[in-house]
Design a protein around this ligand. Structure first.
Ligand SMILES: [Zn+2]
Length: 412
């Protein structure tokens, strides 16, 4: 691979077109999709979109009041996609269960239970099993002021059953509630669900003599409603765009498919739609290379590999060859690579640590051309080696423990 053809500055210039919030299912996300397609067309790559439906929800009412031994109403953000409380809300004893450990939750039955962020499906299910009647999560930082004192909108990932409702509460209020010894509280949550359309953008660079084998390079382009998502994840979009440009000029032996996913932040909805729609073709997919969280300067690069441990050794060896610091973790990963691994395709997510994910501070001001360039070179090197090697150097299988975990997370 010719590293001189990878430009961090060009990636940053591309990213400057997306300095807005791109929540899935909104006109802003559609606008971003169109801009991605225009960029591809500008260097001669055809693309198409594949639409899918997402569940939306609008919070109509969310109130939380401590009723005993004092009375005070706190500002909260209701969780979308967990239904409505009964008329008049739920009034019950209050419990702070910290990280939702088993000891704390053994006292949860019949209570409104507050736990620390993040709220994931496994924690939700633990709360339900423990008999909680409603939940609160703690969000924000103790140094927050002004607009940062208001928890931002949030929703649970899609789940089959949501018997209890919940909301997010700010850190400072959560501390006050525990300090003042809240014993009983009331939560009211009303929401309305609907449907919206999101889409994936797909561009294919056909291979030469090994064209029947497909490698994917992927990144999600939607953002959370709270922030513009430069680090999470327009930077990943820029990195794979730069590589698409490179491989257009240097045709690989294997086929490279580039996918910009919509609705990742809604629970990997775009990638799940992709692996379902392309299920028949997946037998030809050898490896997924996803990027999620990238582009900030101060940080370190971690590649999460959901596949055989041999892939970790291979990637570390390749990084050694080009002298780029990074490390690997062999596990499932909370991003679109999970959808591929779930369907049996070995997958990785390139991830760089950074600041401000899912907040209003995730802006392009913190994005560095130096970082974009390095990540694109590292990922490009891996993709190029795998696109050229005569036989894939690792087994096309997912270790059983990962399959079991993925089934728990994704078969909902
Ligand atoms: Zn992300």
């Amino acid at each position: 691979m010719n590293f001189n053809e990878i430009s961090g500055q060009r990636q940053l210039t591309f990213m400057q077109q997306f300095d807005y919030i791109r929540e899935a299912g909104t006109p802003a996300e559609l606008q971003a999709a169109q801009t991605i397609q225009q960029e591809l067309a500008a260097f001669g790559v055809d693309s198409h979109t594949e639409e899918f439906e997402i569940d939306t929800c609008q919070i109509l009412e969310a109130t939380f009041t401590v009723t005993e031994p004092y009375e005070k109403t706190y500002t909260i953000a209701g969780y979308g996609r967990c239904g409505n409380t009964p008329d008049g809300g739920i009034e019950a004893p209050f419990l702070y269960a910290e990280n939702g450990d088993d000891i704390s939750l053994s006292y949860a039955r019949g209570k409104i239970v507050m736990v620390n962020n993040p709220m994931r499906p496994d924690m939700y299910q633990k709360l339900v099993k423990a008999g909680a009647v409603a939940f609160l999560t703690v969000t924000g930082d103790p140094i927050d002021e002004g607009v940062d004192r208001t928890p931002s909108a949030r929703a649970l990932p899609p789940m089959a059953e949501t018997p209890i409702q919940g909301a997010a509460l700010h850190h400072i209020d959560a501390a006050e509630i525990v300090t003042r010894g809240a014993e009983r509280a009331r939560l009211t949550l009303k929401q309305q669900s609907g449907k919206a359309t999101s889409r994936n953008i797909i561009a294919r660079i056909p291979g030469t003599d090994l064209a029947a084998e497909i490698l994917t390079l992927t990144a999600h382009y939607d953002s959370v409603p709270a922030g513009k998502g430069a680090y999470d994840n327009m930077a990943g979009c820029a990195i794979i765009m730069e590589l698409c440009r490179y491989f257009k000029a240097h045709q690989p032996r294997r086929t490279l498919e580039f996918v910009w996913f919509g609705a990742e932040e809604k629970g990997l909805v775009g990638s799940r739609s992709y692996v379902t729609a392309h299920e028949d073709e997946l037998v030809h997919h050898m490896f997924n290379m996803n990027v999620d969280l990238a582009g900030q300067l101060i940080g370190g690069t971690v590649v999460g590999v959901t596949g055989d441990a041999a892939i970790c050794h291979m990637i570390e060896y390749m990084a050694h060859e080009i002298g780029m610091g990074m490390s690997t973790k062999n596990q499932i990963w909370g991003s679109d690579s999970n959808s591929f691994a779930w369907k049996g395709v070995p997958a990785m997510t390139l991830n760089r640590d950074g600041y401000g994910m899912h907040t209003r501070h995730d802006t392009i001001e913190l994005i560095s051309p130096w970082s974009l360039q390095r990540s694109a070179q590292l990922l490009g090197y891996i993709a190029d080696r795998l696109a050229q090697i005569p036989v894939m150097p690792f087994p096309r299988q997912i270790p059983e423990e990962f399959t079991n975990q993925l089934n728990r997370f994704l078969n909902r």
